[in-house]
Design a protein around this ligand. Sequence first.
Ligand code: ADP
Length: 347
Amino acid sequence: MTKFPERVFSGVQPTGNLHLGNYLGAIKKFVALQENHDCIYCVVDMHAITTWQDPKVLADNIREVTAAFIACGIDPEKHIVFNQSQVAEHAELAWIFNCVARMGWLNRMTQFKDRAGKDREKASVGLFSYPNLMAADILVYRATHVPVGDDQKQHLELTRDIAQKFNNDFGPSIAEEGYGDQFFPLTEPLIEGPATRVMSLRDGTKKMSKSDPSDLSRIVLTDNAETIAKKIRKAKTDPAPLPDNLDELKGRPEAESLVGIYAALAETGKDAVLAEFAGQEFSQFKPKLADLAVEILAPISSEMQKLQADPGHIDAILSNGADRARVLASDTIKAVKEIVGFIMPAT
Ligand code: ADP
């Protein structure tokens, strides 16, 4: 088996309303992984346009996600931060993966069904083939680990299927070109901790999302202390007090989600949160949760504001990151073209 050096890749869409789910399910983990890994973090603007984005706001949304990465603690000098559309190799590899992935595989993607809604005929072709581009984002760096929220699990499985099929279909060519028995790694998803699926504050059966029509359903990273406290105070809960064990949280999705948020913010487990708050009413727990959320989010929000006041600086970070990403991605694309049998430019 080919041994791949460990490399982390993940992305966030610049579609506005960056929320607590994005922070706890993804960005907070990106920050932690920098300690022991080479990381590539991407603002996936080409994914964003699979649904309509106003060109007048897209660039600001790209800068907002970049500012959030940096404000949360991602180091764009030690690691790589860039926006996807600056590295054309993502789209090149996605085309090849369009020819590797099967219609049947994509037809099974639940996120497409959710996002396309009732009128699938009107969804963009990009929304349907989105997971192939996501596989290309990851595999153009031959990344071995991808930190994501629980909603991305199925797409990560598809990424492994695509890698495996490419490795099998082109096996002899991969060996001939000197890449051993596998060209692409079978990437591992990193989906761990108490907040891999943060739920809407209005409905514990739906995930917190950027597109929910209700602002009260999500805490966004730019909310001020007062707004955060208000949203938590108004969060839907049931009338029972907090139990003293995890089993009794089952079947209480709103309660479970708030406990999960507290645990992730406090960097502890849900059991430890229950041990501290067992028997308390939500009227007692919610102010503590609000204080903790403000303590963590306020410095992020003010740092984001500072960074966003200087768009030129953010753009320079993105173009520097893109230059470094392109070096890695172009090596992969060159090899893939040789493996597939395309004629390369004469040297
Ligand atoms: P969204 O799903 O909010 O449009 P993205 O698709 O850009 O955002 O996802 C960025 C990251 O945030 C992904 O890793 C995704 O799994 C994670 N994420 C999104 N929503 C949640 C949530 N409610 N809870 C936990 N993680 C989430």
